[in-house]
Design a protein around this ligand. Structure first.
Ligand SMILES: *Cc1c(COP(=O)(O)O)cnc(C)c1O
Length: 403
């Protein structure tokens, strides 16, 4: 039975083309993720437009989205991939072959670095110490070498754990550290600089950041071949100020004569997936009506708790409609709550609930806490067909824990 009759055509659900979740996905086992191929391509087209108009190069930050079966959809629009370490670099090399592979890691280890040299083209270090330890080997291997800098310019409020410019941050070299530790030999190793300070932000925050960077590092940029603007640019979000982004890119190119890179994760796969789940139980404690789902915030959408945020839900509002429910997962964690939503009709057992914007930081970040099963991963192809990419059983839980 379908509770939610009104078609929801807002951005996260545009891919349903006016059909209800039950009509489209009712036959799938829940919980499951559904990746939306057409939405990925639309994101790719937007990003490729920015690259074509400005000459910047755009990379997929794989930590947000690494469902490599869909890399061929994005690859024509991108210059390559960005990795957070060895395994993502290898994945990029294997699954987006022939494209650039960039890597940034907070610290590289001597055990992993030789193998990393096999995959990465651009290697970005976090500190002068790491540059000194690994830069010469990277140079000998013919790599393009970068250092992450910290402009000490916070442009976000409320998400301190996502602010690399917060006081005491370990991410990126500040100008004071640069002046203390960057010897002429170390500076000679560098081909480029990298910053990553934004999170789900518009181009105004980039503008502010570029001015701070110009003040602190403007004398150094002209000696570099490239400048990597990192991720956090919400370029594919409806209403994002793309012309302002392009002005920022052109300003950097013209002022400092650098090749500009962007490496968005979210923007590549924004609004390009769903998490389908069903209502297992409905109960009432005190004033609050509660529905327990077969999907868990803690296991299957960890950023809901970590960031935190409340994900969009098909046919529901955060407030305003007459029937309010708190939605939670089946785990033992008291805080395994997805959020409070309002509906136009009461929820019933087995109702299908469809969360939007679930392609990013989900399939590559989920876990089996409490022995929760991992959701299957489906693809909604552009021709309307649904394909199961992967399903998981008991082995996916057990195999990580012993022999
Ligand atoms: C997280 C991260 C990205 C991608 O960030 P999004 O917010 O997903 O766009 C890019 N580069 C680096 C270095 C990152 O840490």
């Amino acid at each position: 039975m379908e509770t939610l009759q009104t078609p929801d055509t807002r951005p996260p659900f545009a891919g349903l083309n006016g059909q209800t979740p039950e009509a489209l996905f009712g036959s799938l086992p829940t919980p499951c993720y559904i990746l939306d191929e057409a939405a990925l391509r639309r994101n790719g087209e937007v990003l490729a437009g920015v690259a074509a108009r400005t000459g910047c190069k755009i990379l997929l930050a794989q930590k947000a989205f690494s469902n490599y079966n869909l890399y061929p959809v994005l690859a024509p629009y991108l210059a390559g991939t960005e990795a957070s370490g060895l395994y993502e670099a290898r994945l990029g090399a294997e699954e987006m072959p022939g494209k650039e592979i960039h890597v940034f890691c907070g610290a590289y280890s001597h055990r992993e670095f030789p193998e990393l040299l096999r995959y990465a083209d651009h290697i970005v270090f976090n500190s002068p110490g790491q540059l000194a330890a690994f830069g010469p080997a990277a140079r000998n291997a013919g790599k393009s070498i970068g250092l992450r800098i910290n402009p000490e310019c916070s442009t976000q409020e409320g998400h301190a754990i996502y602010d690399p410019c917060a006081p005491g941050s370990r991410l990126g070299t500040t100008r004071r550290q640069w002046d203390t530790h960057m010897t002429p030999e170390l500076i000679d190793l560098l081909d480029g600089l990298h910053f990553h300070t934004l999170c789900e932000q518009d181009a105004d925050a980039l503008d502010v950041t570029l001015h701070a960077l110009g003040e602190r590092f403007g004398d150094i940029f002209p000696r570099m071949k490239w400048l990597n603007f990192g991720g956090g640019h919400h370029i594919t979000r409806p209403g994002y100020d793309i012309p302002r982004l392009e002005r920022c890119i052109r300003l950097a190119q013209q002022t400092w004569h650098v090749q500009v890179y962007l490496e968005p994760g979210e923007a590549c796969a924004l609004n390009a997936g769903y998490l389908a789940s069903r209502v297992l139980d409905i109960l009432q404690n005190s004033e609050t009506s509660i529905a327990i789902l077969d999907a868990s915030a803690a296991c299957h959408m960890p950023d809901v708790l970590e960031m935190p945020y409340q994900p969009p839900l098909y046919g529901a509002e955060t407030t305003g409609l007459s029937h309010r429910f708190r939605l939670g997962g089946p785990t033992c964690l008291a805080g395994d709550v997805i959020g409070d939503y309002s509906f136009s009709a009461p929820l019933k057992l087995n109702d299908l609930l469809l969360f939007g914007d679930m392609a990013i930081y989900t399939t590559c970040k989920n876990n089996t806490f409490n022995g929760m099963p991992l959701p299957s991963i489906f693809v909604l192809h552009e021709n309307g067909q649904l394909e199961c990419l992967r399903s998981f059983g008991y082995e996916a839980f057990k195999s990580r824990l012993g022999q």
